[in-house]
Design a protein around this ligand. Structure first.
Ligand code: FES
Length: 131
């Protein structure tokens, strides 16, 4: 019994998402993310201090960036990255990497934040937005 439980735990750990979370604060209305983080992965999950929801930042093939609030537009559940987009475990909505609805019940796309680059840093413009 114990052996079986240990095997199951190992399986669960090996299946867990491996993306790390970059924790930061909002400074002058921006989240600032070092661009060199994207050298290891084109997707970074950013957690603003004091927010329940994370922000997913995708580096696109054309070197632009897409910053999305990981809050389901159906009933506000936190979304999880899937590799091809984002999934809501509450009622099953799926969103693509650009935040568009692929599968409902959600009907609205995810909230986008504008971005800019300065001095090796991606600036995600939060301004006064609060989820
Ligand atoms: S809250 Fe996400 S599908 Fe319902």
């Amino acid at each position: 019994m114990l052996g079986a439980a240990g095997f199951s735990l190992t399986q669960l750990i090996s299946c867990a998402p491996t993306s790390s979370v970059y924790k930061t604060t909002i400074t002058n209305g921006d989240l600032n993310v070092p661009l060199n983080l994207f050298e290891t992965s084109s997707l970074q999950i950013v957690r603003p201090a004091g927010w329940y929801y994370d922000v997913a930042v995708q580096k696109n093939d054309d070197n632009s960036y897409t910053a999305l609030l990981l809050q389901c537009t159906h009933q506000e559940n936190q979304l999880t990255p899937t590799g091809t987009g984002y999934h809501c475990s509450l009622h099953g909505s799926d969103f693509d990497k650009q935040g568009n609805v692929r599968k409902g019940p959600a009907e609205q796309p995810l909230h986008h934040f504008e971005t800019s680059i300065s001095s090796g840093t991606l600036n995600i413009h939060i301004n006064s937005f609060k989820p």
